[in-house]
Design a protein around this ligand. Structure first.
Ligand code: SF4
Ligand code: SF4
Length: 179
């Protein structure tokens, strides 16, 4: 199966048109010039699109793939309407299936499994909420802990726990040796 077909499969929700849009890229570099992540990391958006066009599978194992913050700036500015951010999300899906999810993304996923939140509430946020006249905790799993059982059922049913490498016995991530 070609890399494009595999990405299409992983971007099923996003749609074939979106995935195929990277074929229109003319390598102008506007995306790289717009990218806030590229200013502080070695991530280069244009280069990722270039490697995808070439069918270069090594892009899946490249840790830079996880440096995109999905801010959509490149998506808005691309003169060829390449739907860059959505493509990167689909490519990440494929990379994750092959075991290349970044440690920080796995850690975020583990918070969802443990608390129902990618960013669990802390004392500082509770204090801020009170100052703003809000309830101390939001009406989520923080307020309704039983809802976490439903979330965990979905996680198990979809094998998200296996994808992330979450160990239910220790309630922590298995070691994969990534940076
Ligand atoms: S801005 Fe669009 S056309 Fe230009 S390099 Fe990036 S993806 Fe390609
Ligand atoms: S969506 Fe990702 S690749 Fe595009 S500008 Fe934002 S951080 Fe860079």
């Amino acid at each position: 199966m070609s890399l494009l077909s595999e990405i299409e499969e992983c971007g099923e929700v996003i749609g074939k048109d979106t995935i195929d849009s990277f074929l229109a890229c003319m390598q102008c570099g506007k995306c790289t010039g717009s990218c806030p992540s590229g200013r502080v990391t070695s991530y280069r958006t244009r280069r990722v699109i270039n490697r995808l066009q070439a069918g270069d599978r090594s892009v899946l194992a490249d840790p830079n793939l996880w440096m995109c913050t999905t801010c959509y700036t490149c998506y808005e500015r691309c003169p060829r309407e390449v739907r860059i951010t959505d493509i990167i999300r689909a490519v990440r899906n494929l990379a994750a299936k092959e075991g290349y999810m970044s440690k920080s993304h796995r850690a975020t996923a583990s918070y969802v499994i443990k608390t129902g939140h990618a960013v669990p509430i802390n004392d500082e946020t509770k204090k801020l909420r009170k100052e703003l006249g809000l309830s101390e905790v939001p009406p989520t799993t923080h307020k309704f802990p039983k809802a976490l059982e439903s979330i965990r059922k979905i996680i198990k049913k979809t094998n998200f726990d296996k994808l992330v490498g979450f160990d239910w016995d220790t309630m922590s991530l298995e070691e994969r040796g990534e940076k």
